[in-house]
Design a protein around this ligand. Structure first.
Ligand SMILES: [Zn+2]
Length: 573
């Protein structure tokens, strides 16, 4: 703490925190008030602000329908509060609040967000405050200024006037029966600049009846140890629920939130995928997984934690943003192992290279396939769909050989497990031939300098003895083939309509002669439930793409076939 000149105010040093919650007490969420003043549970309340702070992210633009879908998903996950927008400043948000009144959520409380009343007018005449009431939520989040320079230079108000604005607003909302979360904007910066004044702003909110004092690191510059110390001082002074709202500008939003919880905060704000302006808000999925798995807090109903990975990806999908593969707990690579020693270790004992079991958050272990990953990694992967395969069975040797040969041709099964599974099935004679591609023709007119015309693909497939010819236009040749293929196959297999491409990568493989170089195409697909990747290698990019696309569809068909079989055997049992 050296060099930091925080003045420790002299509030009563009585241990008042034990007054409203006790760490030793058993979790008893059912009896708890949400942010209530007296609680006897080790429950950590989550406020997700994807729809409000998250909507400030570059590249995000939610429609009212998007917001509604995300709210439903967060509700099913069991998030306590969903901060859904600012009804006073955005008509789209007001439309959402109307919609949610007609279709209420089952668990989450929706909260409307707004600022303290404007200066020099009464709270009753403030149109923004009136729209907060009109939003019809049980809970309202009110943000107010804690940092003196924001009061004098941004609001251009006198310091006492700001305190009055806080008091009037919180008291008015409480008088109207609202649960009030008070967001102390820039609290940590404000405290460092003028601790006495920052505390007075909290006092104003507390005395007017705020149910939770949420300390905000709005600029994301505070260090976790600072957050810990300052949160503790606030908790020592106010016998009310204290929360944390951190931004990630220093890369420490999650760490800061965790330290606030360690100091005694029992309300955490963030966004499930970490969306938010600039560098984002605290990633709520990471915070809650840490709190629930490692700190003994109840955040979600325990069985829902296993839906975390799926939920994060669903929210990201609706937001049209992909989850970083290295996101803790829920990212695609969070439990991926590559390289002989790590793979070997994790197979002997998963504790050796995994901090928690992947299934605890609904993720799965990925053993990355390659010749260097070694024999045991490859066989471990095969056992996921052929449990009977043994290390010394003759099939095992044939599979290892196949991987070597395919890698020599430029295939790479690391991260293309769908194609790997299909190759193994082919080798073992269990690959169903769902369709055959008889003809493919792509025209791609490149009008140099002019406007790009759509590409056109014509294909002919054979399913059983039934041929099907389709043509489709697309944005580039690969897109045209993708659309044509799925159009043709959907006639026979409706589930093909669920597939969407989520990623497409092309890599030119090293070659002495550049024109004869092979390309490797890696595509990632989803059906909304699962993600899978397939690979194609050829001298020609169209051929390589076509192979990866066909593998993707075939993999999906194998999956549905397996699902039908297991449903049938369950029915017979
Ligand atoms: Zn924020």
């Amino acid at each position: 703490m050296s060099g930091t000149a925080w003045i420790v105010l002299s509030p009563s040093r009585k241990k008042r925190r034990g007054f409203f919650y006790s760490r030793e007490s058993k979790r008893n969420a059912a009896n708890a008030n949400t942010t209530g003043r007296v609680q006897n549970v080790k429950k950590l309340y989550l406020l997700d602000s994807t729809l409000r702070d998250g909507a400030q992210s570059v590249g995000i633009s939610f429609s009212v329908q998007d917001k509604f879908k995300i709210a439903k998903i967060l509700d099913e996950l069991g998030v306590d509060y969903i901060e859904a927008g600012n009804p006073g400043s955005n008509p789209k948000d007001m439309e959402f609040f109307k919609m949610i009144q007609e279709h209420p959520l089952s668990h989450s409380k929706v909260t409307a967000f707004g600022s303290t009343r404007r200066k020099h007018i009464s709270v009753e005449e403030d149109a923004n405050i009136r729209s907060l009431l009109a939003a019809g939520t049980d809970c309202v989040t009110i943000f107010g200024k804690s940092w003196d320079i924001h009061v004098t230079e941004i609001l251009r108000a006198a310091l006492p006037e700001n305190l009055q604005m806080i008091r009037d607003t919180v008291a008015f909302l409480k008088a109207n029966g609202k649960e009030v979360v008070y967001d102390a904007e820039h609290f940590f910066d404000g405290y460092k600049a003028n601790p006495e004044y920052a505390m007075q702003t909290l006092e104003a909110a507390y005395e007017s009846g705020a149910d939770c004092l949420c300390l905000c690191d709005t600029n994301g510059g505070a260090f976790p140890d600072e957050i810990y110390e300052i949160t503790k001082l606030v908790l020592d002074r106010f016998p009310v629920a204290v929360g944390i709202h951190a931004h990630d500008d220093s890369g420490m939003a999650v760490a800061g939130s965790i330290m606030a919880v360690k100091a005694g905060a029992l309300h955490v704000q963030g966004t499930l995928v970490g969306f938010g302006e600039r560098c984002g808000n605290a990633n709520l999925a990471t915070v809650l997984a840490n709190a629930q798995l490692k700190m003994g807090y109840g955040c979600l109903p325990p069985e829902n934690l296993e839906r975390l990975t799926q939920t994060v990806h669903e929210v990201a999908e609706i937001s049209n943003i992909s989850v970083h593969k290295n996101t803790p707990y829920v990212g695609g690579n969070a439990f991926s192992h590559k390289g002989g020693m790590h793979v070997d270790g994790v197979m002997k004992n998963t504790l050796t290279f995994e901090h928690v079991p992947p299934s605890s958050v609904g993720n799965s272990r990925k053993i990355l396939l390659s010749e260097v990953a070694g024999r045991s990694a490859i066989l471990e992967k095969v056992r996921a769909f052929y449990p009977e395969i043994k290390k010394d069975s003759p099939e095992a040797a044939r599979i290892i050989d196949m991987v070597k040969q395919m890698e020599h041709q430029g295939f790479q099964y690391e991260g293309a497990e769908a194609s790997f599974e299909l190759e193994v099935r082919k080798l073992l004679g269990t690959r169903t031939e769902f369709f055959e591609l008889l003809m493919l023709n792509v025209t791609d007119e490149q009008a140099l300098g002019g406007e790009k015309k759509p590409s056109c693909a014509t294909i002919k497939v054979l399913v059983g003895d039934q041929p099907e010819i389709t043509a489709a236009e697309g944005n580039g040749p690969v897109n045209a083939i993708d659309i044509a293929l799925r159009k043709a196959l959907e006639v026979f297999y409706p589930e093909v309509g669920e597939i969407r491409l989520t990623d497409y990568k092309v890599r030119v493989l090293d070659s002495e002669s550049a024109t004869a170089a092979k390309v490797r195409v890696l595509i990632e697909s989803t059906d909304g439930h699962e993600y899978w990747a397939s690979v194609g290698v050829a001298v020609d990019i169209i051929q390589a793409s076509c192979r990866a696309l066909m593998d993707s569809i075939e993999y999906k068909l194998h999956k549905s076939q397996a699902a039908v079989k297991s449903a049938a055997s369950a029915a017979n049992a």
